[in-house]
Design a protein around this ligand. Structure first.
Ligand SMILES: Nc1ncnc2c1ncn2[C@@H]1O[C@H](COP(=O)(O)OP(=O)(O)O)[C@@H](O)[C@H]1O
Ligand SMILES: [Mg+2]
Length: 323
């Protein structure tokens, strides 16, 4: 009985938080406030996409978590290690793929990756390096010099380098900015495989479709603030919703009782009714709504439908926060 109860408790348990960010603020030397009090818990094993326009503070946030930029106030811990007070322990758990390609052109691929492992004080492990290079389809390029590689391959070298010390959390800062569609899909596949291996992944992007394609959770950041953080499935649920607006011949003050089941909203100063329905549902209920509307004596002037998308939600949020 106790065993059964424990099992149930385990099943319902949320994955533990591996990165804990509390009231994080960053003001740069010139006085610019790039992070204005960010609170965020990143769950072990998830893929979190941080979506935001240029200048939103994405790189500042990642750099602060990785200990490259020091916080002005607030705290960040990784696996329970404070990134300032316990920098080495925290940093060893993190892999960072920076936004800019910063590789020495004359170095050989295999050396870049092995050397990076050494920097973290990890023992040389050629078999591990081989498996990382194979996973990133770089094994046949192991003896090539960085300068001989295509842009897409250089990005993969950056990922291999970031994985060299076997981190549990991987940060990818705009991994597909300026990358063509084909390579972008390759990148998504690599990210999916890493998640299967239990790596927690945080990526920043300004491509909404990228967040849609691979994230478990999506955070929207703008002007140094985290505006929203939500399970992608829930956002997609909203995506599946459409609204139908019925413009009326004459205004009404309240929805007739016979129409209460449609949960209609009065808009346009009583001159229109708005109906929200699920496009993925079995039936939209529109046909019945329209006949019930005329049965209630309401005269329709016009109809319009609108689909809400992640794009709308995103653009709306960003506009609001800029105002
Ligand atoms: N070293 C710095 N000194 C002063 N301002 C900076 C510095 N780095 C970034 N910023 C400013 O902070 C804001 C956020 O930048 P960043 O974190 O790079 O945004 P994102 O990665 O979302 O494009 C921008 O307005 C940028 O100009
Ligand atoms: Mg950036």
């Amino acid at each position: 009985m106790i065993g059964w109860r424990l099992e149930c408790a385990n099943r319902n348990r949320e994955p533990p938080v591996i990165v804990e960010i509390q009231n994080l603020r960053k003001t740069y030397a010139g006085g610019f406030e790039a992070l204005k009090g960010v609170d965020l818990g990143i769950k072990e094993g998830e893929i979190l996409a941080l979506l935001g326009p240029n200048g939103a503070g994405k790189t500042t946030l990642i750099s602060t978590i990785c200990g490259i930029t020091s916080p002005t106030s607030g705290s960040v811990s990784v696996g329970g290690h404070d990134v300032v007070k316990d920098y080495r322990a925290a940093r060893s758990m993190i892999g960072l793929v920076p936004q800019e390609i910063n590789l020495e052109p004359f170095n050989k691929v295999v050396d870049v990756v092995s050397y990076s492992r050494g920097l973290f004080g990890k023992k040389a492990d050629p078999a591990k390096i081989e498996s990382i290079l194979r996973q990133l389809s770089l094994w046949d390029k192991k003896d090539s010099r960085v300068m001989e590689l295509s842009g897409g391959m250089k990005r993969r070298v950056l990922i291999a380098k970031a994985l060299s010390h076997e981190p549990r959390v991987l940060f990818l800062d705009e991994p597909t900015a300026g990358v063509d569609v084909e390579l972008r899909k390759d990148m998504w596949e690599v990210v999916g495989q890493l998640k299967e291996q239990g790596v927690t992944i945080i990526l920043t992007t300004h491509y909404i479709e990228e967040a849609e394609a691979i994230a478990d959770r999506v955070g929207v950041i703008n002007g140094g603030e985290l505006l929203l953080i939500e399970e992608k499935a829930e956002l997609m649920g909203r995506l599946g919703q459409k609204t139908l607006q019925v413009d009326l011949q004459s205004p009404i003050n309240e929805v007739p009782a016979s129409l209460s089941k449609y949960a209609l909203e009065i808009v346009e100063d009583g001159l229109a009714l708005r109906y929200t329905y699920d496009t993925q549902g079995a039936g939209t209920g529109i046909t019945r709504l329209l006949s019930d509307l005329s049965a209630a004596g309401l005269v329709m002037k016009d109809l319009q439908t609108q689909q809400s998308s992640l794009e709308d939600i995103f653009v709306g949020l960003v506009k609001e926060s800029a105002a």
